[in-house]
Write a protein that binds this ligand. Sequence first.
Ligand SMILES: Nc1ncnc2c1ncn2[C@@H]1O[C@H](COP(=O)(O)OP(=O)(O)OP(=O)(O)O)[C@@H](O)[C@H]1O
Ligand SMILES: [Mg+2]
Length: 233
Amino acid sequence: MILIEGLTKTYGDGPNRVEANRDVSLQINRGEFVVLAGPSGSGKTTLLNLIGGLDTATSGSISVNGIELSSLRANALSDFRRDHIGYVFQKSNLVSSLTVYENAVLQLRLQRRLTRAARDRTRRLLNDVGLGDKLQALPSQLSGGQQQRAAIIRAVTSGTDIVVADEPTASLDSKNADSVLELLRTMNDENGATIIVSSHDARVIAAARRVVHLVDGLVFSDTRASELLENLT
Ligand SMILES: Nc1ncnc2c1ncn2[C@@H]1O[C@H](COP(=O)(O)OP(=O)(O)OP(=O)(O)O)[C@@H](O)[C@H]1O
Ligand SMILES: [Mg+2]
């Protein structure tokens, strides 16, 4: 479970000071599929980076599975990321000198959990998302959608309980966006992974079971799918 209380993140000083997240409080339960929506500059990436342990808050607290992130030093924070967080960036963050397959098993390798079964499962998953003939290709030889799918496979095969994805469909055409979305849904349904996605994309928002809307760094609304449906009818 992710428990966020009074979380504030400020960048810069004096006239350059920006409050990217202001007094954000949220509870995200294991297995939820949450979309962070909101206009450009509203603080979505900032919040994802705090949840994913890529950055530290200015004040407030954020605990993930009982681990208070603000109390962790750099080494412990990087161990936290390796063991708990699968991160998918807006532009896929594959290592350009490694093949698709090597990228997909990278986090497992760092975790020292790259067993034969894990290798087989990764190959099977890559095959399932249409990358079966690209295992030995370099990222530069793939389309944007294919790169994004490989990055998601890496995030999910590592068995981390939380997948954080920052606008994973933003640079994709609708066909690739649909397949990325379907993959995230499958990971949520079948593996029970907690998925937190930032997006402007109406299709991603429609697929979510919960939408947290940020405006100017504040939580403007927090709506579950059941309530979304009620509002429509
Ligand atoms: N490293 C940084 N230094 C200074 N200001 C920053 C930094 N990162 C983000 N900001 C500012 O913090 C605010 C929130 O930025 P953030 O990237 O979280 O927004 P976002 O909702 O992800 O926007 P987008 O939809 O465009 O990706 C913005 O005003 C941005 O300019
Ligand atoms: Mg962003």
